[in-house]
Design a binder for this molecule. Sequence first.
Ligand SMILES: C[S@@+](CC[C@H](N)C(=O)[O-])C[C@H]1O[C@@H](n2cnc3c(N)ncnc32)[C@H](O)[C@@H]1O
Length: 245
Amino acid sequence: MSPGVNVELISAALHLDVQTGLWQADADTAGPIAYPAHQNDACFRLEDGSFWFTHRNKCLITAVRRFPPDGFILDVGGGNGAFMLAMLKRWTRLEGVVFDLPGVAERTRAKIAVLAESARCTVEAGNAFERVTEGADCYVLSNLLVSMADDEATEILQNCRRAMAGRGTVIVVEWIMPTGTEQPDEFRRWDTASMDLNMLAIDGALGWRVRTRDEFEHVIAAAGLVLTRVVPTTSAVSIIECTGT
Ligand SMILES: C[S@@+](CC[C@H](N)C(=O)[O-])C[C@H]1O[C@@H](n2cnc3c(N)ncnc32)[C@H](O)[C@@H]1O
């Protein structure tokens, strides 16, 4: 746990919904959990220094090597920029933009400004529901759609498709819920089942959840994109690659 994180404050924002039996966040008290909208420093620091994100990013970089991104990458909801920085370190000709809501973008910009990679990385503030930056070769959406309802996920994917202007790739990094005979993952932390429970508890009523592959195909197709392949990683998340139709 990062120093200075106020766990009491975060948990105090939850209440037990007696009808569903789930812990829910009230819309007006969700601030301490949802750092993006409310610029919550504690949550930013928690994510920035966490073992899970560091480990996951290493796994992603290894898996992304299978289809090395080249050119210009836009990380939509790129948060603290850790994934982008890892990619820029790995591929030295790559350039990137971390795109996030204003409060987060401000912190990420300050963090990246002092690093060598800042020459190839800019940080843009914006709301992906309104637009995303045009002309990237690859749009990354990592851990973003899990905290959105289907129509919201589709809206953001549609904005990426528009911004791609008929070429490029969208890479969605998410947990995928196994169905039928598919093997559940065996991770002890941040595994698919726990992540699904977390999302249901935080805002299940609004549609937050871990999706199955079919459910991803549905929101991706509704955005006018095609799911071309799913690449597993050595962490609990997979890489879902999409192209324009
Ligand atoms: C769970 S974090 C994931 C961060 C990073 N992509 C990663 O995988 O480590 C979700 C990020 O999406 C950002 N976000 C949420 N809604 C957004 C929106 N409408 N437009 C841009 N960014 C958004 C949040 O501010 C946050 O940084």
